[in-house]
Design a protein around this ligand. Structure first.
Ligand code: IPD
Length: 258
């Protein structure tokens, strides 16, 4: 997974350089970025198929592709943080997860600009490059920084987001919206954020990051406190001290709205 991510990242870095040029052109970089997305996804699929022939795929661009091996499938987002990439903002990544018999058991989130390779395997810990990761030790909400995703045009949940943020901003040290869910989760695993929440999120944005947080000692659930993040599209991740507190705040926001 790491080899595939590194290989695909070479082209992505070149393409990002080109986006920075196109950003100021009349035509803009949109078409170029969609072809970079597709090209990266294709290369990742080729590399992973070479290493593990027969595994299936769940792809952001290409959808579900059945494999001859029905136990294993890769869940891939070739560019998580596409809006950042499109705008020349250097905060995006490649996200690859391995799902085995319905359970995500390994994840790689590679941020190529700073060469940060986040990786984790169930039972074997989470790492940033060679360094073992552990979620943050902060216990107080008023010292905690949370990341989130803000729904944009064409996505539901705008009012709910405002209700959620109203609860969280009144209680914690800060909210960040950096634009890549996979990196948000990786940063929770690395102890940079105390937590992260988002609704209306897709499996390829969060599958790899979920393993990272769990293996770094954190908690990840949906809004009901259950493990159905990939099917509900809801995710609440935090260190072990603060997960129940953030979940309670979000549920208060939900109860107040309904
Ligand atoms: C998006 C990013 C963003 C999140 C959106 C996702 P994409 O993924 O992860 O942070 O807020 O919900 O769709 O489109 O860049 O792969």
């Amino acid at each position: 997974m790491m080899n595939a991510a590194r290989k695909a990242a070479r082209g992505l870095i070149r393409d990002f350089g080109e986006v920075e040029n196109l950003q100021v052109s009349m035509k803009g970089p949109a078409d170029f970025v969609s072809s970079a997305d597709l090209k990266t996804e294709k290369l990742l699929c080729q590399e992973l198929s070479k290493a593990r022939p027969g595994y299936g795929f769940l792809l952001e661009e290409g959808g579900a592709v059945a494999g001859s091996d029905t136990s294993n499938r890769w869940i891939i987002d070739p560019i998580d943080g596409t809006t950042n990439f499109l705008h020349g903002i250097p905060h995006f990544c490649i996200s690859i997860a391995l799902e085995r018999d319905g359970e995500v058991i390994a994840g790689v989130v590679y941020e190529p600009i700073h060469d940060e390779m986040f990786h984790a395997e169930k039972g074997a810990g989470a790492y940033l490059n060679e360094r073992r990761l552990r979620v943050s030790a902060r216990r107080k909400l008023e010292e905690a920084v949370f990341a989130t995703g803000i729904p944009f045009k064409g996505r539901p949940g705008h009012e709910q987001f405002v209700a959620d943020a109203t609860q969280v901003m009144a209680t914690c040290a800060g909210i960040r919206r950096f634009g890549s869910a996979a990196l948000d989760l990786a940063y929770v695993a690395a102890g940079r954020y105390e937590g992260y929440w988002e609704s209306g999120i897709r499996p390829w944005d969060i599958a790899a990051g979920i393993v990272l947080v769990k293996e770094a000692g954190g908690y990840v659930t949906d809004m009901d406190g259950k493990g159905e993040m990939l099917t509900t599209g809801e995710v609440v991740a935090a260190n072990d001290h603060l997960h129940s507190s953030i979940l309670k705040l979000l549920n208060t926001a939900r109860a107040a709205k309904s």
